[in-house]
Design a protein around this ligand. Structure first.
Ligand SMILES: Cc1cc2nc3c(=O)[nH]c(=O)nc-3n(C[C@H](O)[C@H](O)[C@H](O)COP(=O)(O)OP(=O)(O)OC[C@H]3O[C@@H](n4cnc5c(N)ncnc54)[C@H](O)[C@@H]3O)c2cc1C
Length: 477
């Protein structure tokens, strides 16, 4: 029997536990214990309710295009609970010179693929529109080294595109800035498209044609009727309770000839292997005594902090708000708000007809200080900026503020090379695997995949083949 310790009970650690549980129930000789420092499981995935509204404190959905979270939901009995974003209502605004300007039709991420809507859009200056036309003839280019997203986007479309689209879109996903994030790690498709086609516009159009009807029929975002927490609850229900230890911060890992000693509080236990599903800085601290070089690489992965503020209003505000999913705020506008989502429009099952729900996003690489402010100060900023941007002065029925300290990993230039070094160093520590949002994707689907891949990687390192019928074991424990 092989014993595995999973450290961290966010979606990465829970996905790892679920993969091991499937194997265990299918007869693989493996057992595991998951250590979570907090009082609850799920990490940043937290759903709450107020006044009939469903509030997401952390992630609100996942990209439909990345299949791993949806596949997991299906396995754990949530197939009928999956919901798509209301894409017929999709309309996103960008704040430009204090006014909301709608993003033109045909933009794929930040790449324009339709000529007319882009030509007539007030989002871009004439100079940027001319750059877009020229971009069509951009020769294939393969950057010798990794570079920032800002450098690449500027090469194609100029600085205005970085400010008005690349930066706000990336700060919504990574809490990072285009000037810091690595193209190869964050937008690997862009780097490939540039080397093959030259023009990102032509490459996107070709990709769009290939996807055809498939693209049109799928919603961009997927979530769950009862919120993201529903996924956590369904996973936990399928795992044996004694294997899940909350209030159990792991404070030391010691490498032994025959495995690892795990210390959590005043308890120490022996395991054959360790699956670390914690932020990279925590993994670094736990591994420092086993391999300081590996710890150094892990602590080089930066994180940013963010704050989400959910405000619920009555039906009058719902009819007052502009149609669409919400707006993004470029930093050049001088605001602290990075984005606001009109949740009642974006997804069904989020707010009753007579309620409006707005979710605001603040913080990120350029505004770590927001975390130091009190809830009252943050609420003051949010309400004042909502008044300035959309003229919303009404009193909310409720407000919920959530602070997430250093929760979003930043993939800086050279991230992929760092991952190669981490992998080489990890191999010197048999029985250790890493999962989580620090490595190959920070979205929920990537974390699901990283957790279950890490679990299967451990089994194969023990010479235990994944049981072929394990996928069918999906009933509650
Ligand atoms: C505000 C916000 C909004 C987001 N929005 C989206 C979105 O809409 N869509 C999307 O796909 N992704 C989104 N993300 C990203 C995504 O939610 C996260 O990357 C993902 O949930 C991280 O999961 P994880 O398990 O790797 O880490 P976490 O959820 O951070 O879990 C790590 C766990 O480890 C525990 N831990 C830490 N130290 C120890 C220790 N020493 N011992 C034991 N346990 C420990 C922590 O308590 C925590 O529970 C968002 C993230 C944030 C913060």
């Amino acid at each position: 029997m092989k014993r595995i310790a999973i450290v961290g009970g966010g979606i990465s650690g829970l996905s790892a536990a679920y993969a091991l549980e499937q194997q265990r129930r299918a007869g693989t000789p493996v057992e595991y214990v998951l250590f979570e420092s907090g009082s609850r499981l799920g990490g940043v995935m937290v759903t709450e309710r107020a006044e009939g509204c469903l509030i997401e404190a952390g992630p609100d959905s996942f990209l439909t295009e990345k299949p791993w979270a949806i596949d997991l939901c299906r396995q754990i009995g949530l197939e009928n609970e999956l919901i798509g974003s209301n894409d017929s209502e999709r309309k996103t605004y960008i704040l430009v010179n204090g006014k909301l300007v709608v993003m033109p039709d045909g933009l794929m991420f930040m790449v324009p693929t339709k000529i007319l809507p882009t030509v007539f859009s007030p989002l871009f200056s004439l100079r940027t529109k001319l750059r877009m036309a020229r971009e069509w003839f951009h020769p294939p280019h393969r950057a010798e080294h990794d570079e920032t997203v800002a450098v690449m986007v500027e090469r194609h479309y100029g600085a205005e595109m970085v400010d008005r689209l690349a930066d706000p879109l990336l700060s919504g996903v990574y809490g990072g800035t285009a000037a810091d994030l690595s193209v190869r790690a964050v937008l690997p498709r862009f780097a490939e498209m540039e080397s093959k086609y030259g023009s990102l516009g032509r490459a996107m159009l070709a990709a769009r044609r290939k996807m055809g009807a498939n693209l049109a029929s799928r919603p961009l975002f997927t979530s769950l009727k009862q919120g993201m927490q529903q996924m956590v609850d369904a996973l936990v229900a399928r795992l044996p309770r004694p294997s899940l230890l909350t209030h159990s911060p792991v404070n030391a890992l010691t490498r032994r000839a025959d495995g690892w000693a795990v210390s959590a509080g005043d308890r120490s236990d022996h395991f054959d292997a360790i699956l670390l599903a914690v932020p990279a800085g925590v993994a670094a601290a736990l591994l420092r005594s086993s391999n300081s070089e590996l710890a150094g690489e892990l602590s080089g992965i930066n994180y940013t902090s963010s704050v989400t503020v959910n405000l619920g209003y009555d039906g009058k505000v719902r009819s007052f708000l502009p149609p669409g999913f919400g707006f993004l705020v470029p930093r050049s506008e001088g605001k602290r708000l990075l984005a606001a989502t009109f949740v009642h429009n974006k997804f069904p099952h989020r707010a009753p007809e007579d309620r409006a729900l707005i979710r605001c996003f603040l913080g990120g690489a350029a505004d770590e200080q927001i975390l130091e402010l009190s809830e009252e100060q943050i609420i003051g900023i949010v309400r004042s900026e909502l008044r300035q941007i959309i003229g919303l002065g009404a009193d909310p029925l409720f407000i919920r503020v959530y602070k997430w300290k250093k929760a979003m990993a930043q993939y800086g230039v050279g991230h992929l090379e760092r991952l190669e070094r981490i992998e080489r160093l990890r191999q010197n520590l048999p029985g250790l695997v890493l999962a989580g949002n620090a490595y190959r994707g920070i979205g929920v689907p990537d974390c699901v995949r990283s957790g279950s891949d890490a679990a299967l990687q451990l089994l194969s390192s023990f010479g235990l083949k994944a049981a072929p019928n394990a996928d069918k074991v999906s009933q509650p424990a």
